[in-house]
Design a protein around this ligand. Sequence first.
Ligand SMILES: [Zn+2]
Length: 428
Amino acid sequence: MSIAEKLKKEVAARRGDLVALTQDLIRFPTLNPPGANYREICDYLDHRLLRAGFHTKLVRAEGAIGDSDAHPRWNIVARREGATPGPCVHFNSHIDVVEVGHGWTTDPFGGEVKDGKIYGRGACDMKGGLAASIIAAEAFIEICPDYAGAIEISGTADEESGGFGGVAYLAEKGYFNPDRVQHVIIPEPLNKDRICLGHRGVWWAEIETKGEIAHGSMPFLGDCAVRHMGAVVAEMEESLFPALAQKRTDMPVVPEGAKQSTLNINSIHGGEPEQEEGYTGLPSPCVPDRCRMVIDRRFLIEEDIEEVEQEVRDVLERVRETRPGFEYDIRGIHSVLPTMTERDAPVVGAVAGAVRDVFGKEADYVVSPGTYDQKHIDRIGRLKNCIAYGPGILDLAHKPDEYVGIDDMIESAQVMALALIELLGKER
Ligand SMILES: [Zn+2]
């Protein structure tokens, strides 16, 4: 039997362990916000990975946004050296999950197994991926104990809120420097036969229109900031949205609708704040003197961020030219550049070969419409050889009754294990 065949068998034989591990991970309610139980899940992973022969380090992202004594941002980085020097393959998973929301028919932190699926918040995004990568590494160590190089596994905080207390912090501390780590696989739920090369860019901004407060019975004595904002929205409909729809990318973004530039208006607030539910008073009559809009612009690798910003400023300038009294401010609040790993990068080739071996077909290459921790590995870590590959169906992420398929986890763990053979220098 070839090493590849032995390794696939070894992973499949660990099915019970994989299920139990995934259930255990789901049972830590690592909700973000606020960032709960990070230390507890890191301690659990610490115990598990020490047993598998890893050296482990728990790292608190002290001073990072979100970190506090009430909710410390703990991360774990585990490393196991091989028999001889060589490259390091790093599996990075986030340990946080988003809020539960309504509509569940199973216990979101119960890890219930039903019809070959494990249910729970974070089952697919991404505790199933974390468990699969651990099983892949442990099986690989068993079958190829004299591998060259090193394997790292990290569990990191706060991906769902930007990753600043997680991968960004570790990248700043040098954990993702290319002289320490050469290949990164992020087991996000991108489907077991797809390789995610990167993501589109993001620019968030807040636009404010200004007016003048006056009595609502005499609006002509004031200047309504909400009407000015209405003019901004109208101009966006007229010129900006059609222009964005024309910009198509060569990045293999999924779903199809995200293969173009997009803009979402996240919120508009103007005038008196909304009252709490149950408040029975009437509103007071005022002309709103401020209106704020938050926009979420997603851009393509073919665009640059200055251009993206200028386009929105141009909209505001066009309104200003035609609208008496129109005054505005605009400020960027968050941005991430697009990133895409080359298809001929070594980690891509290794995973593609493993997908071919396990599924008997070519991998699909995709790019994510939204960002994930690859942004920090690229920009801060300066490491380009990074992909997302893992089990689970992306569309289930953040939904009620989130689940991960057990067969899918086994197969993607086989892919990850076979990629290790390729990357850590063993004959197949
Ligand atoms: Zn995720």
